[in-house]
Design a protein around this ligand. Sequence first.
Ligand code: GDP
Length: 339
Amino acid sequence: MAASPDPAGTDAIAALAQSVITGERRALARAITLVESTRTDDRTRAERLIEALLPSTGGSIRLGISGAPGVGKSSFIEAFGLYLVRQGLKVAVLAVDPSSEISRGSILGDKTRMPELSRNPSAFIRPSPTSGALGGVARRTREAVHVVEAAGFDVVMVETVGVGQSETDVADLTDMFLLLLAPGGGDELQGLKKGIVELAHALIVNKADGDLKAAAERAAADYKGALGILGSQGDGRWRPEVLLCSAREEAGLAEIWQMIGRYRKTIGPAQLALRRADQAKRWMWREVEDGLLAAFKTDPAVNHRIAALEAEVARGTMSPAAAAGELLGIFRGGGKSQR
Ligand code: GDP
């Protein structure tokens, strides 16, 4: 239909949204490619698409899954995803991968890491987007969550690797945050950033099998002790739990699913809606902040003065606050105070 006067326009987006909602695979992949795009014209179309999909979103449970490299995230997601598919559920896997920012290579959410799940017709795996600032990746993953939800996926797993800011981002776009650990004992928990453990609704000790089983059980007991000193989650209703599993032997998966069910029940629909509403509000503010910063940094008059002011601040001949004040003044003045 090359006759369309505006192929990038509203009709095309409405049609794409409709195809996503009816569960068309190709449309789903195209929609996610669109929300991941950093091109300015694509951004506008992506925003329209999300608007069109929004009424069809909200029906899934959104799980954040994190853990250090090697703990078994991909093995776990493969095993747990297949378990869920056998329960008749549709499973989507998305990734926020901070390392791909640097290496340009995607480590997480890779189809080759979850070979069986990726071939399953009830599953959809999307490797992480590989460009843009981490905040940008998180934003696009957030939109991708909406897209797969509109496409009728029941469980959305958002995977990230255990290194700082990406956890906070993932916790902020999911309903429940699961932290995977290896049977390393209490030392491992020490090594984790405390903030990450505090985000977790559950600690899952993987590799509880064979020679590692006893160590995994000891580690779980240690973690339970350590969690005792941490507070509760979700308005004080939920106390984080510690569970054992073996992705390799597909053991402990039903217990994890039951625990997720318990969490949903304990938190209740009102509290969950509140969590999502808070996330949506923070998302809006983050968009405002990102947009303002981008406008600021690309403002020609501001740009004209940045290097000089940075140099003055570095030399100590001007205070950072005064320099910032001057730049903001230039920006507010729409560049009037500058040539
Ligand atoms: P990721 O880096 O966190 O995604 O970890 P992978 O899933 O790639 O697993 C890292 C290594 O741990 C691989 O060699 C896996 O075979 C192994 N592994 C993963 N899950 C288990 C498990 O449940 N039991 C045992 N014994 N090994 C596992």
